[in-house]
Design a protein around this ligand. Structure first.
Ligand SMILES: NC(=O)c1ccc[n+]([C@@H]2O[C@H](COP(=O)([O-])OP(=O)(O)OC[C@H]3O[C@@H](n4cnc5c(N)ncnc54)[C@H](O)[C@@H]3O)[C@@H](O)[C@H]2O)c1
Length: 387
């Protein structure tokens, strides 16, 4: 587990996923047996790793990634590093023949993201990328609504993601400062568009084009050491995505917005037969048959409470932490050859959307997205005698 000291590596991947899996006695396999997990923490500072390992009863930790990769005991390389450090580490893990599970984005550029997919395919190593938002209860409820035909023909998706991230001057920032420096792999487009790509393509259809406006609203922030720095990365992005089947998705992503909605992420989906508003957990619907009949009249103060026209979808399932559920799927894929829904190629499509979104912002153009596939692998030709 490389980067297990970080925000995501520690909370979501180590504590809420791997240690929770260890505590429950491992991952259930198809034959009813279980496979247990045994983590090794990899990082740059031995003292930090030792403290973390002791706190959680973890036996193994090291600052030597190469040695860990060369050791056959460790079957999966997992990467939660800052985005900038990811590609070189994953290249090494591929060369070592490990199965690989990584945070998104898989790379800073589409070229590198695709290269990782090609290298992993050529080396025959299993590979997976975090698609956590799809596992959220709200989005699972939405997936079920779509499958039920509730919406009829889906017309549009509108999404708001964001909250105010403090500048760091009079209150500490609640995100690492590298997020606000382009040269360090930061920026909200690079961070969020990979999420939007998999959410949109898995729930509604392939993203066919993007128009985006990325902005740096707050030009100066203050870092973890109380030093002011120039924010060189975008902290808000206003985008329109056109999807397969003519669906239009408009998504705002912002670290410079104050929350006036029920959850930090909310999507409204409108279809001919009904609409839904979903968050991380909640999901409310309004069917065609219960749609009110608003009449525009600016002379009269509003007397109707539109929020009361929606019906809450009940939580009929037990939803576990999404990171953990996806980890369990990936472990089953590695150990049991179970299905793998989200591989490096899916990761590359996310990076493509981020890259093209930034290009759109720079040029002011809407950009069509090509279908991403693995280039045909060069198959070595047999010597004439063997043909
Ligand atoms: N899935 C999600 O919802 C989600 C949310 C936030 C972040 N992320 C992704 O997770 C990754 C980590 O983000 P974070 O917020 O946890 O960051 P973080 O800064 O908290 O942690 C980064 C980790 O990388 C290590 N690191 C930093 N620089 C390094 C270097 N040069 N070489 C090797 N290691 C280095 C740090 O020690 C730390 O362990 C990013 O790629 C980010 O895009 C995903």
């Amino acid at each position: 587990m490389n980067g297990a000291t970080g925000r995501m590596g520690y909370r979501q991947h180590l504590v809420r996923s791997i240690l929770a899996i260890r505590d429950q006695g491992g991952v259930l396999l198809a034959d009813g047996g279980r496979v247990q997990v045994e983590p090794i923490l990899v990082g740059r500072t031995e003292a930090t790793l030792r403290e973390l390992a002791q706190r959680h009863g973890i036996e193994h930790y090291t600052t030597d990634l190469d040695a860990a990769l060369a050791d056959d005991r460790w079957q999966i390389y997992a990467d939660f590093l800052v985005t900038k450090a990811r590609v070189p580490a994953i290249r090494k893990a591929i060369a070592a023949g490990k199965a690989i599970y990584t945070e998104k984005p898989t790379a800073e550029s589409f070229e590198e993201a695709l290269e990782l997919a090609v290298l992993a395919e050529a080396a025959g190593v299993k590979n997976g990328v975090v698609h956590d938002k799809l596992y959220l209860p709200g989005l699972q409820k939405l997936e079920r609504l779509i499958a039920s035909g509730f919406f009829g023909r889906i017309l549009s998706v509108r999404g708001e993601f964001g909250y105010w991230v403090f500048e760091g001057d009079w209150q500490r920032s609640q995100r690492p400062s590298w997020n606000y420096r382009g040269q360090d792999g930061g920026g909200i487009v690079v961070d969020m568009f990979p999420h939007w790509n998999y959410v949109l393509e898995n729930l509604f259809g392939r993203v066919e084009s993007v128009y985006a406006r990325a902005v740096t609203h707050i030009p100066v922030r203050v870092d973890e050491n109380d030093v002011a720095f120039e924010a060189t990365a975008d902290d808000a992005a206003y985008a329109i995505f056109e999807l397969e089947g003519g669906i239009v998705a408009q998504l705002n992503s912002s670290w410079t917005v104050r929350v006036n909605r029920e959850e930090l992420m909310e999507f409204q989906v409108d279809g001919t037969l009904g609409s839904a508003v979903v968050g991380l957990f909640g999901c409310k619907i309004q069917p065609r048959t219960a749609t009110p009949r608003p009449v525009w009249n600016p002379d009269l103060a509003e007397s109707h409470d539109y929020s009361h026209d929606w019906l809450e979808v009940p939580t009929n399932d037990v939803f576990e932490n999404g990171f953990k559920t996806q980890w369990e799927e990936f472990i089953r894929h590695v150990v049991d050859d179970g299905p793998n829904r989200f591989d490096f190629l899916a990761g590359a499509r996310g990076v493509q959307l981020a890259e093209q979104g930034l290009l759109s912002s720079l040029t002011g153009r809407r950009i069509d997205l090509s279908v991403v596939s693995l280039p045909a692998l060069a198959v070595p030709s047999l010597p004439a005698a063997q043909q």
